[in-house]
Design a protein. Structure first.
Length: 260
């Protein structure tokens, strides 16, 4: 079936920190020239589409905020749909709190008033915040994570991500999250395909992580392309059970996928 849409990761695929990755512009241009629908999908739980509009505009790339999903926006939308008006005990950052509140959810720091627990990256994580999650989780409240990334790129190398926070919460509570909503979850795949309006067989997902980008496509029946400009190298690929359909040196080689 002809490819009609592309889900494209951001960090490690288009940009690395504040630097534009070589080949990214050419790849995005090839997608546009083929007339494909394009969705950028980041597992950053603290940002929404407007952040990426500004960030990529600095490199001369025009992005519509409606064409961007993040694990934060997917989490907020999912919780607003399935738990409307429910108070959230959040182990996460202020920007995620704003995304939840903009979706109509209430955030509380009182675990006894909470109806949901959400865990995410929190660079100011305190002992008291983590301890406060215990009574909420012991009440068997629904427990969600924004994304599974245990590390994310930092200026000096990898730093802890949401997955590390979720592991700490799971350890103190003795239970795993009921669902982790960002890539590679079925919820994330459904949100992406619904936004694009395409079927899995008509879509390709491109990214630099085997455990999120490629795993999302593999589980959802979407063809996958791994780029080697981010966290995954050929040694990682050789040792992994997750196998992309294509391996590209950069997004600039996306024509290889689109020509077939």
């Amino acid at each position: 079936m002809t490819t009609r849409a592309a889900i494209v990761d951001v960090d490690g695929t288009i940009v690395r920190s504040e630097e534009l990755i070589p080949g990214a512009v050419e790849g995005l241009r090839a997608i546009e020239e083929r007339g494909l629908s394009r969705l950028l999908f980041s597992n950053n739980p603290t940002r929404a589409g407007d952040h990426y509009v500004e960030r990529l505009a600095a490199h001369g790339l025009e992005i519509d905020p409606a064409d961007v999903l993040t694990s934060g926006t997917v989490t907020a939308a999912h919780l607003a749909e399935h738990h409307p008006g429910t108070a959230v005990y959040l182990v996460g950052e202020d920007r995620l709190e704003r995304l939840l509140e903009e979706a109509g959810l209430r955030v509380t720091d009182d675990p006894e008033r909470a109806g949901i627990v959400v865990g995410s990256i929190d660079r100011d994580l305190s002992y008291d915040t983590l301890a406060g999650a215990i009574p909420a989780l012991e009440r068997d409240l629904p427990f969600y994570g924004t994304d599974p990334d245990t590390t994310i790129p930092g200026s000096g190398g990898p730093v802890p991500g949401s997955g590390a926070i979720l592991a700490a919460m799971a350890a103190v509570a003795g239970r795993e999250p009921d669902a982790v909503l960002g890539k590679p979850s079925a919820i994330a795949a459904e949100a992406a395909l619904e936004t694009l309006g395409t079927d899995p067989a008509e879509t390709v997902v491109v990214g630099d992580r085997l455990d999120t980008d490629v795993a999302l496509g593999e589980a959802a029946g979407i063809q996958t392309a791994l780029v080697l400009t981010g966290i995954t190298d050929r040694d990682d690929l050789a040792e992994s059970d997750v196998e992309p359909d294509y391996v590209l040196e950069s997004l600039g080689e996306i024509e290889r996928v689109l020509e077939e």
